[in-house]
Design a protein around this ligand. Structure first.
Ligand SMILES: C[S@@+](CC[C@H](N)C(=O)[O-])C[C@H]1O[C@@H](n2cnc3c(N)ncnc32)[C@H](O)[C@@H]1O
Length: 246
């Protein structure tokens, strides 16, 4: 439920930004090369880009620096406050909207060249609703590029590398922390769920990228943090990237 996710991110924004120190860059997630290496987005000058689940907007800011007209949407006020300050510091203009990415009401239909998202969609309980909205706001031939935590990596224990749960178990996962005030909620999908939901709404999936996480990328702020252990990254990519076209 979005209420739980919002609460989590309002409480975690400060810690998350301080812990990760995410550089201004178009990143795709732990163990992944950045846009400079992957070249999925093309020339950004003058492009209308919507970043969904923008968080601190490190990606959106990097896009704006390349001449894109960026709108960032996030559900968390605290994440957006951080993003606004960072955009100001970097002297770029970005339109920020606080909202739920399952409903992109503030965005006009057929208005965006690119919809982008890095590591945010696993917080969404109804990806179908979200993908439908992304399809609506994209111009014809517009692209939807998003990264997601690789559905295989979540079933492996990051320390002993043993399979810890069934890949077929999808849906809501709740983790309650020891002081019981913090509740982390995320949603799991199979690879085929992601692919087929895109296809069902009319997207053409052009690329599916499983980044080589055996390498350490000097700009990767998540390497070694939390479950992103070097041991796991050597065996399985924690990130998967889709490029789909309307
Ligand atoms: C792991 S952070 C990633 C932020 C940013 N994309 C990045 O790469 O650093 C996930 C973000 O998704 C946002 N989020 C989660 N569910 C959302 C929803 N339903 N609508 C809008 N934002 C959401 C959270 O508030 C959080 O800022």
């Amino acid at each position: 439920m979005t209420k739980e996710t919002k609460k989590w991110w309002e409480g975690m924004a400060k810690y998350y930004q301080e812990e990760c120190k995410i550089p201004i860059d178009i990143h795709y997630g732990p163990g992944s090369p950045n846009e400079k290496e992957l070249k999925l987005l093309g020339n950004l000058k003058g492009k209308n880009i919507l970043e969904i689940g923008c968080g601190g907007a490190q990606c959106g800011i990097a896009m704006a620096k390349q001449g894109a007209k960026v709108t960032g949407i996030d559900i968390s006020k605290e994440q957006l406050n951080f993003a606004k300050e960072l955009a100001k510091k970097n002297k770029v203009k970005i339109k920020f909207i606080q909202g739920d990415i399952r409903d992109l009401k503030p965005i006009k239909s057929n208005s965006q060249d690119i919809v982008f998202s890095a590591f945010a969609l696993h917080y969404v309980d109804n990806l179908s609703k979200c993908f439908k909205e992304v399809y609506r706001v994209l111009k014809k031939n517009g692209i939807f590029v998003f990264s997601f935590d690789h559905p295989f990596s979540r079933v492996i224990d990051s320390k002993n590398l043993k399979v810890k749960e069934s890949y077929f178990k999808t849906g809501k996962i709740t983790k309650v922390f020891s002081d019981k005030t913090k509740k982390f909620v995320r949603y799991t999908y199979k690879l085929s769920d992601l692919h087929n939901t895109l296809v069902d709404w009319g997207f053409i999936v052009e690329k599916l990228i499983e980044p080589d996480s055996r390498k350490k990328y000097s700009y990767d702020p998540w390497y070694g943090l939390w479950d992103y252990t070097p041991k796991l990254l050597k065996m399985i990519p924690p990130t998967i990237i889709f490029k789909a076209r309307k």
